[in-house]
Ligand binder design. Structure first.
Ligand SMILES: NC(=O)c1ccc[n+]([C@@H]2O[C@H](COP(=O)([O-])OP(=O)(O)OC[C@H]3O[C@@H](n4cnc5c(N)ncnc54)[C@H](O)[C@@H]3O)[C@@H](O)[C@H]2O)c1
Length: 369
């Protein structure tokens, strides 16, 4: 298996080891739950960082960290007491923007912001714009971008190993569009980058009133996203969704004019049948660090070299726009055109597909398009 060295490809980035002698960056984490623990462990395992503080609204979440590191219930108290170089924002999406603004105001030197960047595209865009304006690099820890197997899938699809990309089909059980779906959408956008999604159509079943990670989510959803060049993404997410033949509860099928790749997140292997060759399984070499450490070490590289790498944050923001468009499509019963800020929802009507047409009442004759 090969790795690419092309620099603007999200599949190509590898943490550098060229900065072992620079002083360690002082890092703090807000939100000490599942995502925050991934950052805390990564910071502790990385030679590039020193964990100096953790904040969480719940005192019990801080017990394992105090007194070894500073702790606070409020992120503002943590920022003022430890003034970290790097802040990891690992709370729920609706709180990311305010915490990022406080950190940028301090200012920190770098940010890790958990996916989804925010609960709205506008919120995510505001975080990235403010950080860019102040020259503060941001990383978003999308795990697939930190694994050799899926990174090689991105490289091979982009280099045309499947011919022209036509369809990406995603099934994902136990999760929803905004929380895990955003990982798969970011992966899809890395495959087609910089091709934009121009239209999103979605339907959601909300019968169980499921909530997850601070958000109301769907019981089951289907999202269709179409790129300007016609490439389609179809994603089916849901609680208890049966996913045939899946070992991990999720599968991504990538279909080109000359072959097919099947990838099961979070595995580091994929199956490919292309260019007339029989189906084979390719296993990626282990990177030796966790996804969060990969992204944090990359942030340390960006700070050490005073460079910016927007590809993963930009595709994460674009994925968030698809997420928001999907939920809007469900609400408005309409295909949502992107960019989202130009979309105007059609007037609501009682039009009922599947009901007999009475011959009166207007509408468009579908035989005369
Ligand atoms: N990149 C990944 O692979 C990955 C994995 C897990 C979670 N996440 C993301 O991490 C974020 C948090 O999810 P989680 O699974 O860790 O949830 P969680 O419920 O396990 O933890 C969230 C923690 O944040 C704390 N919190 C909430 N609001 C706060 C605030 N304003 N200030 C301080 N603390 C606050 C809560 O008390 C809780 O301890 C979400 O955006 C989620 O999508 C990402």
């Amino acid at each position: 298996m090969t790795t690419t060295t092309e620099t603007n490809d999200p599949a190509a980035r590898r943490p550098s080891v060229a900065h072992r002698t620079t002083p360690r960056l002082r890092a703090a984490v807000v939100g000490a739950g599942t995502g925050g623990s991934l950052s805390i462990t990564a910071l502790r395992n990385s030679a590039r960082y020193e964990l100096v503080g953790v904040a969480d609204l719940r005192p019990e979440a801080l017990e394992t960290y105090a007194p070894a590191v500073a702790t606070a219930l409020d992120h503002r108290d943590l920022l003022s007491s430890v003034a970290p170089d790097v802040l990891c924002i690992s709370t729920y999406a609706p709180t990311h923007e305010a915490i990022a603004a406080a950190a940028i105001d301090l200012p920190v030197r770098g940010l890790l912001v958990e996916k989804p960047l925010s609960d709205t595209t506008a919120g995510g865009r505001a975080i990235l714009a403010l950080a860019r304006e102040r020259g503060i690099p941001v990383v978003v820890p999308h795990g697939l971008m930190a694994m050799t197997g899926p990174r090689e899938v991105v490289r091979r699809v982009r280099e045309g190993d499947l011919g022209e990309l036509r369809l990406v089909e995603i099934e994902c059980a136990d999760w929803d569009v905004i929380n895990a779906g955003i990982h798969w959408l970011q992966f899809f956008l890395a495959l087609v980058h910089p091709e934009p999604v121009v239209s999103v159509l979605a339907a959601c079943d909300t019968s169980t009133r499921t909530f997850r990670d601070g958000m109301q989510v769907e019981t089951e959803a289907t999202v269709v996203a179409r790129c300007r060049n016609g490439t389609r993404m179809i994603m089916n997410t849901g609680d208890h969704l049966p996913v045939a033949g899946s070992r991990t509860g999720a599968v991504i099928r990538i279909v080109g004019t000359d072959g097919l790749i099947e990838y099961a997140p979070w595995e580091n292997e994929y199956a490919i049948a292309a260019a007339g060759a029989p189906r084979s399984v390719v296993t990626g070499a282990p990177l030796g660090v966790s996804g969060h450490q990969y992204h944090l070490d990359h942030l340390a590289d960006l700070l050490a070299t005073n460079t910016v790498d927007d590809v993963v944050p930009a595709t994460s923001l674009a994925a968030l726009e698809v997420v928001e468009a999907a939920y809007l499509s469900h609400r408005e019963r309409a295909a949502v055109s992107l960019p989202l800020e130009h979309f105007v929802a059609p007037e609501r009507s009682g039009w009922d597909p599947g009901a007999p047409y009475a011959g009166v009442g207007g509408g468009r004759d579908g035989r005369r398009l």
